[in-house]
Design a protein around this ligand. Sequence first.
Ligand code: ADP
Ligand code: MG
Length: 251
Amino acid sequence: MNALSSGLRVVALGHAFGPHEIIADISFELPRGRVGCLIGPSGCGKSTLLSMIGALTHPARGSIRHDFRHPVFVFQDPCLLPWRNAADNIAFGLTAQKLDRHARRRRAEGLLGEVGLEPADAGKYPHELSGGMRQRVALARALAVRPDLLLLDEPFSALDVGLRRQMQALVRRLIGAHGLTALLVTHDLAEAVRLADRIWVLTPKPASLAAARDIDRPFADRDDGFVQAEIGRLLADPAIAAALAVTEDER
Ligand code: ADP
Ligand code: MG
């Protein structure tokens, strides 16, 4: 990938699990520094696609190229180690890096504050934290290794609506503050409109691209009125409405 097109490029990607065709033929580009969102119905292959981009699954067809040094995942399940406290969970990925214990601790504590947790939360174990706090720890753990690509797989789907909104705002701030590129997978159109620069809508299995749309408005200006209006505009496209199986009554 040359300097002009730094980022992620997915070309003619296809995949099957045994006889089951999961991903048909997907191509898209995510330039460095942008936030992309893959949206599609449950079971269409979003997680499979993201795991291929993160090199956890090898695609059967097509290619994935990127020049990111360090991709990290954040999943719906925070996957914290129950026998480690919050600070040690955040610092977990740093053991492989040449940092002494104090430096690891300092980085973990700095991130604890950045994700909106209190110093007193550092010593708490996962069972002592709420679902939202656990997801904040998972975010901090991902950021601790200084990634440049954030792969977010429905990270807030398990949280209630109010908390989800807070976490969306937090993630947007962190992406800006850490100069990250991000690719978010979701089935929530409002989440896509709030967070993404570019949205790719996937069809039901086997996933293919139904539409690609840019959301041009600055994040600070994406109030509820804008989000609702933008959802209306997106669903007015029959290809998008059909892919997301939204009936005329629901629009
Ligand atoms: P989504 O994230 O959009 O809900 P997934 O990528 O998790 O969808 O799954 C897409 C389809 O692939 C589903 O039908 C799922 O059952 C199937 N699938 C996912 N992973 C595997 C696997 N390792 N082996 C076989 N089938 C799988
Ligand atoms: Mg999934």
